[in-house]
Write a new protein. Structure first.
Length: 492
């Protein structure tokens, strides 16, 4: 993405009237920007600048503070009427614009947005501060094109700070090639990042990386990051999300408002495709660390670390009606409910995840390690996961068609693996030990399957109990074995 360079002879901005304080800000500076020469740099002396209308930025404009002077330049709306105007600054049909080291304040509901971008190419925002944009449907930065020929491309937002806004960065349709990196979002009431293509299929080419999102008190309006139907081509990586809830030991999460860390939500036939959520640190959210609903093929959730995320019913990672999802190598600890929940998902895989309910703490966390269910769940593979320290089952399957449960390790849980209902089950090579109420249990509603090469020892009253129909059971290593399947099918 191109970086805009400063013009040779910067213009020093100091408004014609006012003394430049919060209660008496400078006025009359807007025309110098809108009527000034193109492709120029404007330097603002420290102080407060009141905008009486949205200031339109032309191509090649650079706004920055005057170097060598203490303090920063602040921009705020001039309150002459009760109705907020659209934005402090507007970019519409321009390119090569840079905003550096400036402060933007919405005055609560004085301006809906700090910066509104409708059509632009090559926009850079660096080291700025956005605060108090609290108007309904407002945001610190709103970026949305107006059509195929009025697109927004090549936007960089980095090293900036967003405080007490209703929404941090809002992305609409017709926007692409976006980098949002190394920013801080603190006490943003709603989403720090909202991607809403409004049912247009949009390939954003968005990288949201190394940002810090923080909420020190409850009462948020929804998730920290929300991605809605029609979005694709997004990477959310190496971010830190700190929620207001510190630990499940504080009390049942169901009693608190549900606020996920990352929420991905498709609607109707419009899903969300080609989405990577990788290597994020998510702590203390009162909803799932990652909640995904109706995602199409291409959802990857890998290498994330989740601590004290979820609720009594919702998992730390919670997937509903997703197709082709891969949840791999995540670490989930101290969850109040399920570690990972898959409901009505198809052709998806859970691989190499580590779930620890917190067996070393006074209150053991987590009701279930992995929870798989739903009448339309089919072709799900659960492989090589490690589960320990949850109160009930390490793995619970309430319904599935074509489930493969292979190579998982479950120990120190209330119960190891329980298959309540399934068809065409493959349960092979799992290791269950030291589970207080039992090891592996296959209930009568399970039809057709193979239970083989499992290692179940030192588990409660029984290590292996198979009561399903047409189940082949062979070469399992157990100490205490319960009832067997139909003799004609049993083999060893």
């Amino acid at each position: 993405m191109p970086v805009v360079s400063s013009a040779v002879d910067p213009i020093r901005i100091r408004a014609m009237s006012g003394c430049g304080t919060l209660h008496s800000p400078w006025t009359g500076w807007e025309d110098q920007i809108e009527d000034g020469p193109p492709s120029h740099t404007y330097q603002f002396v420290p102080g407060f600048y009141a905008a009486s209308h949205p200031v339109r930025l032309g191509s090649g404009t650079v706004l920055e503070p005057r170097p060598g002077q203490p303090g920063r330049a602040w921009f705020l709306p001039r309150r002459e009427s009760g109705d907020p105007f659209e934005a402090l600054f507007v970019v519409d049909g321009a390119h090569g614009i840079a905003l550096r080291g400036l402060c933007f304040n919405g005055g609560g509901d004085g301006a809906r947005h700090g910066l509104l971008v409708r059509c632009a190419t090559g926009l850079q925002i660096e080291g700025c501060r956005f605060g108090d944009f609290g108007a309904q449907d407002g945001s610190a930065i709103r970026i949305e094109g107006e059509g195929e020929h009025r697109h927004v491309r090549e936007v960089v937002i980095q090293a900036s700070r967003f405080i007490n806004d209703r929404c941090g960065v809002r992305l609409g349709p017709w926007a692409s090639d976006l980098l949002i990196a190394d920013n801080r979002f603190e006490e943003v009431w709603g989403p720090a990042l909202l991607v809403d293509p409004r049912d247009h299929r949009s390939d954003y080419g968005l990288i949201f990386v190394k940002n810090h999102l923080r909420a020190a008190r409850p009462g948020r309006e929804g998730p920290f990051i929300r991605i809605l139907a029609g979005a694709e081509g997004i990477r959310v990586a190496e971010n830190t999300i700190d929620g207001a809830a510190a630990s499940p030991a504080l009390g049942p999460s169901a009693a608190r408002e549900v606020s996920p860390g990352i929420e991905v939500r498709g609607e109707g036939r419009q899903g969300v495709r080609r989405l990577e959520i990788i290597l994020n640190q998510i702590r203390g959210t009162t909803g799932p660390g990652l909640a995904a609903l109706r995602c199409d093929a291409g959802l990857l959730a890998a290498g994330n670390h989740l601590t004290a995320c979820g609720s009594a019913q919702l998992g730390g990672v919670d997937l509903v009606s997703c197709h082709g999802a891969l949840v791999e190598d995540n670490e989930i600890r101290e969850q109040p409910g399920p570690g990972i929940r898959l409901q009505d998902c198809s052709s998806s895989r859970l691989n190499g995840n580590e779930i620890c309910g917190g067996s070393d703490s006074p209150v053991r966390g987590g009701t279930v390690g992995l929870l798989v269910g739903g009448s339309t769940t089919r072709r799900v593979r659960v492989t090589d996961n490690r589960i320990s320290g949850v109160r009930e089952e390490g793995v619970r399957v309430s319904s599935s068609l074509g489930l493969r449960l292979v190579g998982n390790e479950v120990q120190d849980c209330g119960h190891g693996i329980r298959i309540a209902a399934a068809t065409n089950l493959l349960l092979v090579g799992n290791d269950c030990r030291d589970n207080g109420r039992g090891g592996i249990q296959v209930d009568p509603p399970v039809h057709r399957g193979l239970v083989a090469l499992n290692y179940a020892i030192l588990n409660g009253v029984m290590d292996l109990e198979v009561r399903g129909h047409r189940i082949r059971c062979r070469d399992n290593k157990v100490d205490k074995q319960g009832s067997q399947p139909e003799p004609a099918i049993s083999e060893g």
